[in-house]
Write a protein that binds this ligand. Sequence first.
Ligand SMILES: Nc1ncnc2c1ncn2[C@@H]1O[C@H](COP(=O)(O)OP(=O)(O)OP(=O)(O)O)[C@@H](O)[C@H]1O
Ligand SMILES: [Mg+2]
Length: 251
Amino acid sequence: MYTDAAEFSAPAALALQGVSKSYRSGSSRVHALRDVSLALPAGTFTAVMGPSGSGKSTLLQSAAGLDTPDTGRVLLGGTEISQLRPKALTRFRRDHVGFVFQSYNLLPQLSVARNVTLPLLLAGRGPDQAWLDYVLEAVGLGGLGHRKPQELSGGQQQRAAIARALITRPAAVFADEPTGALDSATAQQVLGLLRHTVSALGQTVIMVTHDPVAARHADTVLFLADGRLDGSMTDASPRDITARMADLGER
Ligand SMILES: Nc1ncnc2c1ncn2[C@@H]1O[C@H](COP(=O)(O)OP(=O)(O)OP(=O)(O)O)[C@@H](O)[C@H]1O
Ligand SMILES: [Mg+2]
């Protein structure tokens, strides 16, 4: 399922092939990603873990078209985004990629419903009231669409951000530490919601996390170390994930 020599086969929602990315740091270079290949089937929930600086955010940003790899190919929802020119990439991202960050990035002056439907507006697509109602209901914000973000709890704001990520029916939802700012009970609810979007809506979700308990909600955990993929675990317990992380940290 998660192949190292990823084929660009149709069923994969996301495929990376030989992706490398380095950054200039003074006179030297930091190799953030080194020859990463993977293929994630549609309708799966994948967690990405690894020590700080191992390349998790760079992997997410390269896979989501927020950053461009130096070499390699990225195929997202059947489009080779690594071939797209900047304008086309921006358009693709807007129309086909969902993002959830640690900070919710909701616009304070807009209602929850307006925040959630903003991506449709920006894409020039008409509002789809039935789908909006469904998504708000699915994230547990049914009846709260008229509120302003500051009238919601942190967990509810992150649910609104997840609704906004889902509204365009994206090829994949990318989440970087989505529960980093939440207490553990609220984090569990948000993770349960991400799980639900995969199980009930068939979404493909890729989530970076430091937390083995959070990673437990995913089908598979991918490990990164020093910019390289370093194995994966499926149906692992938080204890096994913690042991693996400790092992990566020591090397
Ligand atoms: N814009 C940038 N310019 C220079 N170096 C960068 C840049 N972005 C990331 N890096 C470097 O690339 C490496 C990987 O960074 P990345 O942010 O992907 O790590 P991470 O695994 O997400 O870490 P963390 O768990 O701390 O968020 C690090 O050494 C980082 O310092
Ligand atoms: Mg990071």
